[in-house]
Design a protein around this ligand. Structure first.
Ligand code: SF4
Ligand code: SF4
Length: 443
């Protein structure tokens, strides 16, 4: 779909301005060009030949978080995030694709082993303080001009990947019959490996077997840059991998991956055979939050112990210490990843799961469903703007006085942990799988 063929959708905007209150970028900048109404006016200007395709469009097109909050507040349900993403694809065709992105999308993301090697090189450079080494490899330049400011977002990187430790293959579980496929997103694989281990152990408790899938990147990163060729290439590789599996369900613990895997039929809507393949796999795809919630509804086993988890979280607040006569429970709050709450309509499920954990006091955070500003690599490409959005989230978090902030997207986890460090808070950030493991320390 081009900007021209999106005219009807763009023209649905009646300029009412109801989107302003919901847009994190508008609330951070106050600029009309940063809100849905302004972005749509710009797209309309392109169609009506009042605006040229040139580099001036880069900021209005690429500062959108793609969070979808504007659509939720829009009576006409104008899908601004999708329209902006489509326009990015056209921008890259007409104005030019950045070569550094090609390196990432074409030569690293399709090949998990290469990604592991690259991540290890970055980790070596970063953890030894020699980030120039990684820069020299061209691995970090991908993120552009804001990288020097953004380098502190990830303090240390693990030296091994999740699938370097737990290789793709079939593992026996303790459940009766369910055969589970575990889709390992890039963020879990190379950064949040403790969350991956917690999910893996939780899935083994539920399934007769757990297959760690030899998948590649889901395709969301090139999609957000408007690179449809590489998006489809990655999606096809994953569909090939899914077709070889003998599983009943495919679970992922990255809400961004889950949301995007569910989008494959839409990606392939004009590609007959791939469209059919994507539709066939669609009912199998589950966000781990949905999966855990459904399981929780079906059977309250209450003993998802994750032994390997405890070492990694020795510094976490000790709920058990707070319990006992008159002692307070651990205060837990939740951040909704955009790709869960708007991408998959997952809202109550994580809250229900968390509220049932003995020893937990769940405290709702204001604007919990607002984007944290992480938005994939947004924090690396638009550091200052991303931090303004994050500051709002941190101010809301402070008011909860939460010991633990739970979420289900590795990019959000990184961003939130950085905000907590920058604001000098004590709150710990857990993936929901980790929280379920951690609950055993609360007894
Ligand atoms: S709320 Fe919808 S219709 Fe109103 S200005 Fe925003 S995008 Fe346009
Ligand atoms: S998708 Fe999010 S950042 Fe983009 S215009 Fe809509 S509310 Fe603003």
């Amino acid at each position: 779909m081009t900007v021209l063929t999106s005219y009807d959708a763009i023209a649905k905007c009646n300029k009412c301005g109801f989107c302003h209150v919901a847009c994190p970028i508008f609330r951070a900048t106050g600029h009309e060009s940063g809100v849905a109404r302004g972005r749509l006016a710009m797209l309309r200007g392109i169609i009506e030949k009042r605006v040229e395709w040139d580099e001036e469009l880069e900021d209005p097109l690429f500062t959108c978080l793609g969070c979808g909050a504007c659509t939720t507040n829009c009576f006409g349900k104008v899908p601004t995030a999708d329209l902006v993403l489509n326009a990015r694809a056209e921008y890259l065709d007409k104005v030019g694709k950045k070569p550094a992105h090609r390196l990432l999308f074409e030569h690293l993301l399709p090949y998990p082993k290469r990604l592991h090697v690259a991540a290890r090189a970055v980790a070596l450079g970063k953890n030894s303080g020699a980030s120039k080494v990684a820069n020299a490899l061209g691995l970090l330049r991908i993120f552009g001009r804001d990288l020097p400011k953004a380098e502190g977002i990830v303090d240390k990187l693990p030296m091994s990947s999740f699938r370097g430790t737990i290789k793709p293959g079939v593992y026996p579980g303790q459940g009766d019959k369910l055969k589970i496929g575990y889709f390992v997103g890039c963020g879990i694989d190379v950064i949040q490996i403790q969350a991956g281990k917690a999910t893996f152990e939780a899935l083994k408790k539920k399934g007769k077997s757990v297959t760690v899938i030899d998948n590649c990147c889901c395709g969301l990163p090139p999609y957000t840059y408007g690179d449809m060729d590489n998006t489809k290439m990655l999606a096809r590789k994953n569909l090939d991998a899914f077709e070889k599996l003998d599983v009943d369900v495919i679970v992922t613990d990255c809400s961004s991956c889950a949301s995007f895997l569910k989008k494959y039929p839409k990606i392939f809507k004009d590609d007959g055979r791939d469209y059919e393949r994507a539709n066939k796999e669609l009912p199998m795809i589950k966000d781990v939050v949905e999966f855990l919630y459904a399981d929780d509804q079906g059977q309250r086993s209450g003993d998802e112990t994750v032994s390997s988890y405890h070492d990694a979280h020795a510094a976490a607040p000790k709920g058990g210490e707070k319990k006992g006569a008159g002692a307070a429970a651990v205060i837990v709050t939740y951040h909704d990843p955009c790709h869960a709450v708007r991408g998959q309509n997952i809202k109550n499920e994580p809250r229900e799961v968390l509220k049932k954990i003995p020893g937990v006091t769940f405290r709702e955070m204001a604007e919990a469903d607002w984007c944290c500003g992480g938005a994939g690599s947004y924090a690396l490409t638009h550091y200052d703007l991303s931090q303004k959005v994050l500051d709002r989230k941190m101010n809301n978090l402070k008011k909860t006085e939460a010991d633990i902030l739970v979420t289900s997207c590795p990019a959000c986890m990184i961003q939130l942990a950085y905000g907590i460090k920058r604001h000098g808070l004590k709150t710990k950030v857990f993936h929901i799988s980790e929280m379920l493991a951690y609950k055993d320390t609360l007894h």
